[in-house]
Design a protein around this ligand. Structure first.
Ligand code: AMP
Length: 196
């Protein structure tokens, strides 16, 4: 029987590649890191943009990759057929619930409206106590600077508080962020999970 994954990370990211190759390069490093440390990748099951890049890199590095995708997107041929497990669901709600259930931590890479929505949902669910899993935001090359500024504006305006801000980990560097998420989720420090 296959060894169970050391940890499971749900990655939210763009279904587009972004404007510079640096985004895909980092997505590939994230996927590879998960595989090389014996982890499992949970993601939206698509093959386009950063989603396909992170999944392919994780698969190449030996990760178990669970894609969770709505039937409508499969029919539009957006599904990544190479996933270790492709869970096809009827609704977006079911999809997000399954992605959350299969993950020990959440990480948003650069992305668009879908990524924003998923990140905010993981954060909202955490603050409501639906889960206590760490939520990370990769602020690659300042991509999320304006969002983080706006969130601080929300604190200043009295609609948010520091406690809520403390429930997300934002970092410009992917590797310390991944290590932080894995440790915060209660797993051993990554260098002890298996060497690169
Ligand atoms: P976006 O950031 O708008 O490109 O949306 C990407 C996020 O939304 C991903 O994390 C996915 O979970 C989901 N998503 C959007 N488009 C697709 C697609 N074509 N196939 C699978 N998932 C998608």
């Amino acid at each position: 029987m296959a060894t169970p994954p050391a940890f499971s990370i749900c990655v939210y990211c763009g279904s587009r590649p972004g404007s510079t190759p640096a985004f895909a390069q980092t997505a590939a490093l994230v996927g590879r890191w998960i595989g090389e440390h014996g982890g499992q990748l949970v993601y939206g099951g698509g093959r386009g943009g950063l989603m396909g890049v992170v999944a392919d890199a994780a698969l190449d590095a030996g990760a178990r990759v669970v894609g969770v995708i709505p039937r409508a997107l499969v029919e539009r041929e957006h599904a990544h057929r190479g996933c270790t497990e492709l869970l096809i669901v009827d609704t977006m709600h079911e999809r997000k619930r399954l992605m959350a259930e299969h993950a020990d931590a959440f990480l948003a890479l650069p992305g668009g409206i879908g990524t924003f929505e998923e990140f905010f949902e993981a954060w909202t669910w955490r603050q409501l106590g639906y889960h206590d899993k760490p939520v990370g935001l990769l602020n690659q090359d300042g991509y999320y600077d304006a969002l983080l500024d706006f969130l601080r504006h929300g604190v200043g305006a009295g609609f948010m508080d520091e406690g809520q801000m403390g429930m997300i980990a934002a970092n410009a560097q992917w590797q310390p962020l991944l290590e932080h998420l894995v440790v915060s989720a209660g797993f051993p420090a990554p260098h002890r999970l298996g060497a690169i």
